[in-house]
Design a protein around this ligand. Structure first.
Ligand code: KG4
Ligand code: ZN
Length: 343
């Protein structure tokens, strides 16, 4: 029996190409270890087979480090939470199997977590200076695989107000970067170069899709044709204009996101607005959202940088919130590559 009153939750994240483990104590992060997989950069995208192999190699040391850095032992843990989906099946299976074995071995509850809920619920991590959103609030969830606007009625009562009908916004960043010859993942590089460029240098057509829906595949094709056309005339077009091209692409994407977000606020009357997911690391969306506090009277919730891209702290906080509700999973729970944010 433990002689402590505190609740320690281990979170394990392995949905895509980052192996991560974190320990949370009563909602505060004690450790958040992330092993990135560089092996994919030269392929221009995540190679599923290589990702699951790397997870297999990383999972034991990453979990050990997370427990060590938290200053506890595995016997102090109250539950094991892990990402059930959505994600790459081979990647999810590594985390799922490991979490099950550990929970069985320690004889403690197992808690499965929806990755996209994790991104949103990272806003509930208790930390110095953190602003926790009251319900209901709107959240723009933007990652490599998702683009959605959701209404959060409570931690686990989620309504999808709108989503992409084709590509995710992270893919739009990564594929644009690939067209420009930049390595995967290109989103952070487009962001970096955009800071030195003119966002109005080039104009790209914004998609015309209904209401709160998004579409990025047309934009991607537009960028491809634009680059091909210009490179034909001037083979050095990309290197001579890289900063301006990146700034213009980023400006167009952020405009699309902000337009829809403004519509969602207007439709719902809810002015509490959060962003979540890997693309919420983008400096321009963060800047534009901050401006709306001043100009539109919104209260905005921008996650700390370390909780934007995939991390296990978001899985552990979601596990903790489920733990408080005694919402445990049966050992027969399965990884699911396709899981809706509402499931
Ligand atoms: O949430 P995440 O780590 O993984 C998924 O769940 O998909 O998101 C990864 C995505 C990638 O597409 C990556 O390029 C993008 O987030 N990303 C960014 C930035 N940082 C990461 N996109 C634009 N600007 C950034 N600073
Ligand atoms: Zn993610």
């Amino acid at each position: 029996m433990k002689a402590q009153q505190k609740t320690y939750i281990l979170g394990i994240e392995s949905s895509c190409d980052d192996t991560s483990a974190a320990v949370i104590c009563d909602g505060e992060v004690l450790s958040n270890v992330i092993a990135n997989q560089d092996v994919h950069s030269k392929y221009g995208g995540v190679v599923p087979e290589l990702a699951s192999r790397a997870h297999q190699q990383n999972i034991v040391p990453v979990v050990q480090q997370a427990i060590e850095r938290a200053g506890i032992t595995k016997e102090d843990l109250d539950a094991i939470s892990f990402t059930k989906g959505p994600g790459l099946m081979g990647s999810l299976l590594v985390g799922t199997s490991f979490a099950k074995s550990l929970a069985l071995g320690l004889d403690i509850p197992l808690i499965d977590v929806n990755h996209m809920q994790g991104h949103v619920l990272a806003h509930f991590i208790k930390e110095e200076g953190s602003k926790i959103p009251p319900f209901p609030f709107i959240c723009l969830t933007i990652s490599g695989g998702h683009t959605q606007i959701v209404k959060m009625n409570s931690h686990f009562d989620i309504e999808i107000l709108g989503e992409t009908i084709d590509d995710a916004v992270g893919e739009a960043f990564d594929k644009s970067a690939k067209i420009l010859g930049l390595p995967y993942p290109g989103g952070p590089l487009v962001d970096k170069y955009a800071q030195k460029g003119n966002p109005k240098a080039f104009a790209f057509t914004k998609p015309k899709v209904g209401d709160l829906e998004f579409s990025f595949s047309g934009l991607k094709t537009g960028i491809l044709y634009f680059v091909q056309r210009n490179v034909k005339e001037n083979p050095k077009f990309i290197e001579e204009n890289l900063y301006d091209i990146c700034a213009s692409i980023q400006h167009t994407i952020v405009e699309i996101l902000m337009d829809k977000l403004k519509k969602a606020v207007k439709q719902t009357g809810i002015k509490r607005v959060a962003i979540a997911g890997g693309v919420s690391a983008n400096s321009e969306i963060r800047r534009r959202l901050t401006l709306t506090e001043k100009h539109n009277g919104w209260t905005t919730y921008i996650p700390k940088f370390q909780y934007t891209t995939d991390n296990a702290a978001m899985i552990a906080i979601t596990g903790y919130l489920k733990f408080l509700e005694k919402n445990f999973s049966d050992i027969s729970t399965k990884a699911e590559a396709r899981l809706k944010v509402t499931e």
